[in-house]
Design a protein around this ligand. Structure first.
Ligand code: GTP
Ligand code: MG
Length: 370
């Protein structure tokens, strides 16, 4: 809790400072107006004046920064890698995501209806991999702009009939800026005019040299459309994950990021969260960006209700008072009162920022109108 001077305390309870100083003298404490009061003295004084002291909630913004996701090595366990797929327009990102989901999710979950929650998990050789279903570029730009760092591995899709294009280069830059390892998926190898060697050549010029050519970048030749090379790609993802050793502490209170969120007419605000550390439980008091609440219900990527979600698991939750933004961070608090207080303070701050932005826009418009 924050400190309070004699003067500030006097102001809060609506009494002159001299009153407080006199009272303190009677208690054997010599004080001046600018002197800090310790917690015990504040409680003592408050008791004397018949006012209730509510402990002030300090919102530590550092709590909400991505690098606050510290891992406690002692209790850390391996968690599934979180993968985003990036690449130039039409090079086959969506087809690849669908292909992975179909071969791995639908096949494994006979009759299971997969619902779109912006992310999904597959199991390959007994190991789980989380894929973000959002366009990779958005995952990087929106998320990172809001301070979230959620991707562990980037799969860079390059069409073998088209080669390296502007957004291919952009994707490389995003991944490098975030220090995320890149696996290259040379796609559309089924096409008659496919030229994988040309793609390897072009990417080598960008510093992504294939292992076959003495470099350290993993290249996998695939056809997302025909389902060729998908297992190889998943295997390479697991290999990189094994080397990188992504870890988390399932025993901690959960924290992570918002993948997407919207307002549902019946259910209210719905948010897809990626748990980055800890375990999220139904009933947990939670602050999500500038919103807060209690996790009312959780649904996994297969549309099934779950009671808990461990590290790297995407889940859709209800129970928030408002709709958060993609890339917002979430934190679970042990007690609901604190979650509410922090949520309210953050909502207030967000409103102030929003107002400032609106005011600036209005005055700019005014200028142009003249
Ligand atoms: P944007 O989301 O617009 O950036 O495109 P995308 O990268 O998601 O590409 P998408 O998966 O929509 O594929 C673009 C086109 O390429 C579609 O017509 C796909 O059917 C086709 N395509 C994707 N992968 C393959 C492949 O392996 N082989 C062939 N022949 N066609 C493919
Ligand atoms: Mg697409």
């Amino acid at each position: 809790s924050g400190s309070l001077t004699v003067g500030q305390f006097a102001e809060k309870i609506g009494r002159p400072s001299t009153d407080i100083i006199k009272k303190l003298m009677a208690l054997g404490v010599m004080a001046t107006k600018n002197q800090d009061l310790d917690k015990d003295t504040i409680e003592l004084l408050a008791g004397d004046y018949g006012v209730a002291v509510e402990e002030e909630v300090i919102v530590d913004e550092a709590d909400f920064e991505a690098d606050g996701l510290e891992i406690d090595e002692k209790t850390a366990v391996i968690r599934p890698p979180v993968v985003t797929i990036m690449g130039h327009v039409d090079h086959g990102k969506t087809t690849l995501l669908d292909s992975i989901r179909h071969t791995k999710v639908t096949a494994g979950e006979a009759g299971g209806i997969t619902q779109h929650i912006g992310a999904y998990q597959v199991v390959h050789e007994g190991k789980r991999i989380t894929f973000l279903d959002t366009p990779g570029h958005a995952a990087f730009t929106t998320m990172r702009a809001r301070g979230a760092e959620i991707t562990d591995i980037t799969v860079l899709v390059v069409a073998a009939d088209d080669g390296v294009m502007p957004q291919t280069i952009e994707a490389i830059h995003h991944a490098r800026a975030a220090k995320v390892p890149i696996i290259v998926a040379v796609n559309k190898i089924d096409k008659p005019n496919a030229n994988p060697d040309h793609v390897m050549q072009e990417l080598s010029e960008q510093g992504l040299v294939p292992e076959d050519w003495g470099g350290d970048t993993i290249f996998v030749k695939i056809s997302a459309k025909q389902g060729i090379g998908i297992d190889d790609l998943l295997e390479m993802i697991l290999l990189v994950a094994e080397v990188e050793e992504f870890k988390a502490n399932p025993d901690k209170l959960a924290r992570g990021a918002v993948i997407e969120a919207q307002l549902d007419k019946g259910k209210g605000p719905i948010a897809t969260l990626l748990v980055q550390n800890g375990t999220l439980n139904v009933g947990d008091p939670i602050v999500v960006g500038s919103t807060f609440g209690r996790v009312r219900a959780m649904v996994n990527d297969l549309g099934r209700r779950v009671k808990k979600a461990g590290p790297s698991t995407p889940v859709e939750i209800t129970g928030l008072n408002n709709v958060p933004l993609a890339g917002d961070q979430f934190i679970v608090f042990a007690d609901e009162k604190k979650a509410r207080q922090i949520g309210e303070i953050r909502a207030e701050r967000a409103l102030i920022t929003e107002r400032k932005e609106t005011t600036t826009k209005v005055s700019l418009d005014d200028l142009f109108e003249k």
